[in-house]
Write a protein that binds this ligand. Structure first.
Ligand code: NAD
Length: 335
């Protein structure tokens, strides 16, 4: 039986990188029944909804999605489609493995970076609760709850103990946001106490940002509320070659949507030079979720082989290949 998967190409570079990832997944030999659904800024403007019903219907049926980036139309009162999707399906954990790839020239290439970011995905300043108190005075509500904080902490520690990772670092600003980040930290400590075999550390987000640049190799599992998780993910991506290479997964109790960390990259959209690595590595995470570890290994090894050879990389990681030349090379490396 093929696995049903919702494919959301998105917009900007989304259609280019998601069709590359689809080709690579199909080349692993795993049978997928792709249900391709439109979700982009045009559909949003046309339907007047951030999250049209046909997208939800498909994901309710398949329970697994592979998603390209979607541009949120600015102005017009549209909620971010990504935030809406994560909330609607309760995709509470955003998981982003950040690893050095062979052959990528970065400022940190002599350092082995291998960390996994766990970002809470449903609340914090992404609650979308903003209010103009009086003209030119605006408040934005930061919502932190015990339920969501415990849930992401348990997910991060559960992962660490399952795969044998040694250290979890909770990142916060509880010295300033004593109540909100204080609650997040208390929940992290509570869960940490149930995992005495895993080292637990706390870092204030500004210090954490510096430590990530100075000593990235000392980080293992990172545990963050939503906004810090968003910012730190891009910072961490910069350590290993940029947004083109960092994958991600949005995990809920009943659904999982896999997508790259990057956005729709309007500056390079349509030029055929977008790097599909992040989408391919997100597909590796999807194959693992589908319990196809051999196919996941095949795809990951093929990507790493093409990186190690260095001859068919896209411009963002120092090469001259197009999206499709890189994809052809990955598919050839699987044979
Ligand atoms: P971005 O991630 O789209 O791009 C940042 C920079 O990284 C750009 O210079 C871009 O060219 C480069 N880049 C990103 N992905 C790349 C790839 N695969 N290959 C090569 N280069 C790549 O960030 P942005 O410009 O701030 O956001 C653009 C739009 O994307 C915004 O509308 C934003 O709302 C949306 N967005 C969507 C998602 C999502 O759907 N999950 C995530 C982030 C941003």
């Amino acid at each position: 039986m093929p696995y049903p998967v919702t494919l959301i190409p998105g917009d900007g570079i989304g259609p280019e990188v998601s069709s590359a990832a689809r080709r690579a997944v199909d080349a692993t030999g795993v049978k997928i029944e792709w249900d391709t659904v439109e979700l982009n800024s045009d559909t949003i403007l046309k339907t007047g909804q951030s999250l049209p019903q046909h997208v939800i219907d498909s994901l309710e049926r398949t329970r697994v999605g592979l998603k390209g980036p979607v541009t949120t139309p600015i102005g017009g009162g549209f909620a971010s489609v990504n935030v809406a999707l994560r909330k609607r399906l309760d995709l509470f954990a955003n998981v982003r493995p950040v690893r050095s790839l062979p052959g990528v020239v970065t400022r940190f290439q002599d350092v082995k970076i291998d960390m996994v970011i766990f970002r809470e995905n449903t609340e914090d300043l992404y609650s979308g609760l903003e209010h103009e108190v009086v003209r030119d005075v605006v408040t934005s509500l930061k919502v932190i709850t015990r339920v969501a904080s415990i849930r992401i902490a348990e997910y991060a520690f559960g992962f660490a103990s399952m795969v044998g990772r040694k250290k979890v670092t909770a990142i916060h600003k509880a010295n300033i946001m004593k109540l909100a980040d204080g609650l997040f930290l208390r929940c992290c400590r509570e869960v940490a106490a149930q995992h005495p075999d895993i080292e637990y550390k706390e870092l204030i987000v500004d210090n954490a940002s510096m430590q990530l640049v100075m000593r990235p190799e000392t980080f293992d599992v990172l545990l963050l509320p939503n906004l810090y998780g968003d910012i730190v993910s891009d910072l961490a991506a910069g350590l290993v070659g940029g947004l083109g290479v960092v994958p991600g997964a949005n995990m809920g109790e009943n659904h999982a949507v896999f997508e790259a960390v990057h956005g729709s990259a309007p500056d390079i959209a349509g030029k055929g030079i977008a790097n599909p690595t992040a989408m391919m590595l997100s597909s590796v995470m999807m194959l693992l979720h589908l319990k196809e570890p051999a196919a996941a290994d095949r795809l990951r090894n093929a990507v790493e082989k093409v990186y190690a050879e260095r001859t068919r990389l896209t411009p963002d990681v120092g090469g001259t290949a197009s999206t499709s030349e890189f994809t052809d090379a990955v598919i050839a490396a699987m044979k």
